[in-house]
Design a protein. Structure first.
Length: 297
């Protein structure tokens, strides 16, 4: 694809053949044919309106629950990290842009003595990705606190989508990929900063004690089957510490894959497939990926 379509208006935010590994938590992945990192919503709207109709757009936020394959992504890769404002209205409704980190939204709510969003401190991602996955942790998920989202489609047309219309289920929603989330509104209630901070401390402590922290990983690898824990099934299948090159099933939490040093995306995905097979052979249960895998093999 030619970059000339965008160059005049978006030159400072457009890159070609940019390696995407540094934008993901795994630290792996090929190149983006075109990479766009908008600084404001209006620029994104303009971009979507002038891009070729058949140009594919893949949207990513923190790159935390994502595996980009080694041969990269065709079309445009849109990173929303600079769209990250957070504010609150007189009724205590918090609005956060899609690129705002979940943890920052939790801290913002605490700073304004608003409770209900503490669980976000335990989710390593952004608001946009959290909505797309209906992310959750420690007994709560986005579905529980989300009022609605402002979205834009690939033609630059806006829409407000209610929680109900998103059809939010366990780690998925019923909305088509044509919609890019711009911002979300969350309901909250009043509490003291101390109570909120105490809840957040417990979540942080629990996460640090149970999950691999400070390593290259992609968060939970597989969804929990109904009534089961994925990590327990993986452990029972003998996969704790299983390796494929520099990709390894975490010794600390079996539902995490860790890039020890120089694993590539193929090794990580192959390890996941091996684990799926071993669990199926052991239990008859087919694990489903929670990590989004995109791009060319």
């Amino acid at each position: 694809m030619k970059i000339d379509t965008f160059k005049d208006n978006f030159f400072k935010n457009i890159y070609t053949k940019r390696n995407l590994a540094k934008y993901t938590w795994f630290g792996v992945g090929g190149k983006a044919e075109i990479l766009y990192i908008p600084e404001e919503e209006k620029s994104l709207e303009k971009f979507l309106k002038v891009k070729p109709y058949d140009c594919k757009v893949f949207t990513m936020g923190a790159g935390s629950n994502l595996l980009i394959r080694d041969n990269g992504i065709d079309g445009v890769t849109l990173i929303t990290s600079k769209l990250n404002k957070i504010n609150i209205d007189k009724d205590g409704i918090i609005t956060a842009n899609c690129g705002a980190f979940d943890a920052e939204v939790a801290r913002f709510a605490r700073n304004h003595s608003r409770t209900g969003l503490e669980f976000l401190i335990g989710i390593p991602g952004t608001v946009g990705g959290g909505i797309k996955m209906n992310s959750g942790a420690f007994g709560s998920e986005f579905k529980d606190v989300l009022i609605d989202v402002k979205a834009i489609n690939h033609n630059g047309e806006y829409k407000i989508i209610s929680n109900e219309d998103l059809d939010m289920k366990y780690r998925k929603i019923g909305l088509k990929d044509e919609w890019i989330f711009l911002s979300a509104r969350f309901r909250t209630s009043v509490d003291t900063k101390k109570n909120i901070q105490d809840k957040m401390k417990k979540i942080i402590h629990s996460r640090k004690s149970a999950q691999p922290i400070g390593v290259k990983t992609g968060g939970s690898t597989f969804k929990n089957p109904l009534g089961k824990k994925a990590w327990k099934l993986i452990d029972q299948a003998g996969c704790r510490g299983l390796k494929n090159g520099d990709a390894m099933i975490s010794e600390k939490h079996c539902n995490f894959i860790v890039n020890l040093k120089n694993a590539n995306a193929h090794q990580i995905e192959e390890l996941g497939q091996n684990v799926k097979q071993k669990v199926f052979e052991n239990t008859g249960i087919k694990l489903k990926w929670e990590i989004e895998r995109v791009g060319n093999r």
